[in-house]
Design a protein around this ligand. Structure first.
Ligand SMILES: [Zn+2]
Ligand SMILES: [Zn+2]
Length: 267
């Protein structure tokens, strides 16, 4: 269990739950959470809320059932690296997670074509999204359907002070996406190792759609313990890391090769 869970979804995400913010807060309280973040999908997700929902979160309660509440968004990284909410809306939220999903992204990797073109395109789009100073967290950078260069991504995250996520839902039996032998757990092992080396904070999230899985993170915690990831870089232990000022991204880094490259899904 984690007591700070910043990636959760209500009915406003348009799938997976009919839960209200109040029902989410009650579940979080019953499980002993101290901080719950509501991060519904951005408007490009089919069935998700319009931008007016996110604007109105400014009037939502800051505490409910004894749990402190933050309000963010899981914005979609569109083709080309833009996001699906205007910066004027994003700026009013407590934090912005940016993630890749299809839809709205037009292309996913099925394991048949040359992976490098996909990797290059996705890496550029991740870095373009991170160049938006309102983006605080990259959500579930684990999905083998969206291969990317983990060296370039982590270089950029370290440079511009973006947090990366370890997503429990991705690691579950109904989670993402094992493509042509590519594997979510192995993707995370590489990512966690590089984040430890480069001093990049990680956020563990349940990505619970509705109340059922709020606070659940056993698989993610196992992977971090396995690599002895430092607690002082764990946002769940130190939520104040959310407030570290973002830095501008000078340029995207050239790809580095290393011992992790080889045939692994995220080179
Ligand atoms: Zn997502
Ligand atoms: Zn999510």
């Amino acid at each position: 269990m984690i007591t700070v869970d910043l990636h959760t979804h209500t009915i406003a995400s348009g799938h997976g739950s009919t839960a209200t913010i109040g029902q989410m807060a009650r579940a979080a309280s019953e499980r002993g959470l101290r901080l719950l973040g509501i991060s519904d999908h951005g408007p490009a997700t089919p069935g998700a809320a319009f931008s007016s929902y996110f604007q109105n979160l400014a009037f939502a309660p800051r505490e409910h059932f004894g749990v402190r509440l933050l309000y963010g968004v899981e914005a979609n990284i569109l083709d080309g690296g833009g996001l699906d909410l205007d910066n004027s809306v994003l700026a009013r939220l407590d934090y912005v997670i940016a993630s890749m999903h299809r839809p709205p992204r037009s292309v996913i990797y099925h394991g048949r074509d040359d992976i490098e073109a996909y990797r290059d395109r996705n890496t550029k789009d991740y870095i373009e999204a991170m160049s938006n100073p309102l983006v605080r967290i990259i959500g579930h950078p684990d999905n083998s359907q969206f291969p990317y260069c983990v060296h370039r991504l982590t270089d950029a995250a370290a440079e511009c002070k973006v947090i990366l996520e370890v997503n429990e839902a991705s690691l579950g039996p109904d989670g993402y996406h094992r493509v042509a032998g590519l594997d979510t757990e192995q993707n995370y092992r590489i990512l966690i190792k590089l984040c430890k080396k480069k001093g990049i904070p990680l956020l563990i999230s349940s990505d619970s759609h509705g109340p059922d899985r709020i606070g659940q993170a056993d698989r993610a915690l196992f992977l971090l313990r396995e690599q002895d990831f430092p607690r002082d870089l764990l946002v769940n232990e130190h939520p104040e890391l959310l407030s570290v000022p973002r830095q501008p991204l000078r340029s995207s880094q050239p790809a580095q090769t290393g011992p992790d490259t080889g045939a692994l899904p995220l080179s």
